[in-house]
Design a binder for this molecule. Structure first.
Ligand code: GUN
Ligand code: ZN
Length: 456
């Protein structure tokens, strides 16, 4: 068995293991005994089978068999300050959940020392779950966001973060309401100036108006203009819970629907990531597709809070770019393996609840296979972020964002009695990893070949 001591901390190195990855052109790479060479710049220089490699290359490789090397997972929707709350608040309506549990927790980050203390552990927890890239919301406080970015910079995770913007119903009771708009725009621009593109693009900034309920039309429009001017991402929530949707209709009577609120603000497009998108009308779905606006699908959150089940296959058939989000602590777990599992179950439930639709539109309700879920959690997320040329799969020229997974930890009878022959097919291996995911099965994670703290 490989040991933690043998794991290379920094590039260059060559890993020898089973290698499983979706491929950009479609299909799956599955090398039973493969080599992944990472150059000193942290890029994938070569991917081959042991049989095709030179004896020198094989001799220099770190042997990690029977563990599996996969692309690092890409979480396109999470909330950093909410991580300590994970698992709390089941089945509260969204707006109550925010008021009772979430806003008080986020308010505690007014103290930047708390952010400084928690953020390093939060990034370690993401890495321990196999997440090497995270697009996350922070809090409304600038100093806590600097602390969060500093922690991500030191940890090594790939992170796109944003200061939450709320110019109504904010939890920041210290700020004079008439000054919020100017101040939140200025602070966001200052943070983006300090962090967007830092460390050669490993860190990025997302302008982050929370959602239409807590933002005026003016803030939404100004935030979208700011993101465009600065070349940053823009993120918000859309169409999550029925109570929220009714509130948005009340607050924006001039808009045709929820998506139209963001459309009128000039906020739709390929650099904007909208979380949830559960209860969209056909018009809203078509408009997101037309504008190339990606969606973060967050099934653990949607079932934990009880917001609903997003018709995933329909969204994909409409041509939307879909990534997966843990949405902690709307979702109770950081692990995208858990998100894949829950998402798969939810889609089965949706099929069984709408048998007449399944009969009419079999393509629209065909369940995703385990390898499709892995693709969503890696390349799908990378594509939603516009980073699919850089990360998301194990292919030559990409940055070496990798994880190492021990399938023995998922064995029903323990690793000694595991029948490895059962898992020779990549779809069965990935099925096992998704449906029997364990907290400790991720043994290592690297971003650009640099090992991340977190996995044990
Ligand atoms: N809508 C607005 N804010 C939030 C949040 O923090 N979590 C979730 N799940 N939905 C939101
Ligand atoms: Zn969220």
């Amino acid at each position: 068995m490989p040991s933690a001591a043998s794991l290379p901390p920094a590039p260059p190195f060559t890993l020898r293991a089973r290698v499983v990855s979706p491929l950009g052109e479609g299909g799956v790479l599955d090398l039973a005994d493969g080599l992944v060479e990472v150059d000193d710049g942290g890029r994938i220089a070569a991917v081959s089978t042991v049989d095709d490699a030179s004896p020198e290359t094989v001799g220099s490789a770190v042997d990690l068999r029977p563990w599996v090397v996969m692309p690092g997972l890409v979480d396109v929707h999470a909330h950093l300050p909410q991580v300590p709350n994970a698992g709390l608040g089941y089945a509260l309506p969204l707006l109550d959940w925010l008021d009772r549990l979430t806003f008080p927790t986020e308010r505690s980050w007014a103290d930047p020392d708390l952010a400084e203390r928690l953020a390093p552990a939060i990034f370690r927890a993401f890495a321990a779950s196999g997440t090497t890239t995270v697009l996350a919301y922070g809090v409304v406080y600038e100093a806590a966001m600097d602390a969060s970015f500093s922690a991500a910079e030191a940890h090594g995770i790939r992170a796109i973060l944003g200061k939450v913007m709320m110019d109504r119903l904010t939890y920041d009771e210290t700020i004079e309401p008439s000054t919020i708009l100017d101040r939140t725009l200025r602070e966001s621009a200052d943070l983006a100036g300090r962090w967007h593109g830092a460390d050669g693009g490993r860190l990025g900034y997302a302008v982050t108006p929370r959602f239409a309920v807590s933002c005026t039309a003016e803030l939404l429009a100004e935030s979208a203009a700011l993101a465009r001017d600065l070349g940053c991402w823009w993120q918000s929530h859309v169409s999550e819970d029925r109570g929220e949707i009714a509130e948005v209709a009340r607050l924006f009577p001039e808009a045709r629907d929820y998506v139209d609120v963001y459309d009128r603000a000039g906020a739709l497009g390929p650099r904007s990531v909208l979380a949830h998108a559960i209860h969209l009308s056909a018009r809203e779905e078509a408009r997101l597709a037309e504008t190339g606006t990606p969606v973060a699908h967050c099934p653990t959150s949607n079932l934990f809070i009880g917001a609903g089940v997003m018709p995933l296959t329909e969204r994909l058939a409409a041509g939307l770019a879909v990534g997966l989000g843990s949405d902690v602590s709307g979702g109770p777990e950081l692990s995208l393996f858990g998100v894949m599992r829950t998402g798969a179950y939810a889609q089965q439930a949706l099929r069984s609840l709408a048998p007449e639709r399944a009969a009419m539109e079999p393509d629209a309700v065909e369940p995703l296979a385990p390898l499709d879920w892995l693709r969503l959690a890696t390349l799908g997320g990378a594509r939603a972020l516009g980073l699919d040329r850089v990360i998301g799969s194990i292919e030559v020229g990409k940055e070496a964002d990798l994880i190492l997974v021990d399938p023995g930890r998922t064995a029903p009878l323990g690793p000694e009695l595991d029948d490895a022959d059962l898992l020779v097919d990549a779809s069965l291996l990935v099925s096992r990893l998704i449906f029997r995911a364990q907290f400790d099965m991720v043994r290592a994670a690297w971003v650009r070949g640099r090992q991340l703290e977190g996995p044990s």
